[in-house]
Design a binder for this molecule. Structure first.
Ligand SMILES: Cc1cc2nc3c(=O)[nH]c(=O)nc-3n(C[C@H](O)[C@H](O)[C@H](O)COP(=O)(O)OP(=O)(O)OC[C@H]3O[C@@H](n4cnc5c(N)ncnc54)[C@H](O)[C@@H]3O)c2cc1C
Length: 147
């Protein structure tokens, strides 16, 4: 049952490349945000990929906003280099995160959004959900949204 309540201006769900890029862009616009991630690390899908995987898109076209891949990396970085890059990206932009938060529900409220994990109710004026989302309280699919 969800008990604790946390309030943030903007919630971003998922600390994958899309969520991290979104958080960096929001911060550039001086919009404080928090990223809620179900796993205990960023880039969890890349952490879980097979070890010999490399990007098939070159690093010049794969970098996230405002922070390039290191010059020392090859044109097609390895899985581990992508994971390291995502961690460096998170540190570089000082992206605030809460891990262990699997979001199961998002509801529109008069003030903005109420977003529930297994143990916490998060409130925010705006919600960005760049990864696959469950249903909203009205049954509609919840995707990237702003109040
Ligand atoms: C084998 C493989 C190779 C690929 N190679 C490339 C490539 O070379 N170039 C390229 O551009 N793309 C590639 N892709 C595409 C890949 O999807 C992207 O690189 C990238 O990982 C997508 O980022 P994302 O943030 O949208 O999703 P993800 O990386 O899947 O991140 C989503 C994050 O959200 C979290 N999350 C999900 N649901 C919830 C929830 N309910 N509550 C809390 N957290 C949640 C997940 O734990 C995860 O951390 C590849 C994909 C695969 C499978």
């Amino acid at each position: 049952m969800s008990s604790a309540v946390q309030a943030s201006p903007v919630i971003v769900v998922g600390a994958g490349p899309a969520g991290l890029a979104m958080a960096a862009c929001l911060q550039k616009e001086k919009l404080p945000c928090i990223v809620l991630e179900q796993h205990d690390h960023v880039g969890s899908s890349w952490v879980g990929h097979y070890h010999r995987l490399h990007l098939h898109t070159d690093k010049a076209h794969s970098a996230l906003p405002f922070f390039d891949f290191p010059k020392s990396y090859p044109r097609y970085p390895s899985r581990q280099q992508v994971v390291d890059y995502l961690n460096a990206y998170t540190r570089h932009h000082q992206i605030q995160r809460l891990h262990g938060q699997k979001i199961v529900r998002a509801c529109r409220t008069e003030e903005g959004w109420e977003v529930r994990s297994q143990d916490t109710v998060h409130r925010a004026s705006a919600l960005v959900w760049p990864c696959a989302a469950p249903s909203t309280s009205s049954g509609a699919r919840c995707s990237a949204s702003r109040s």
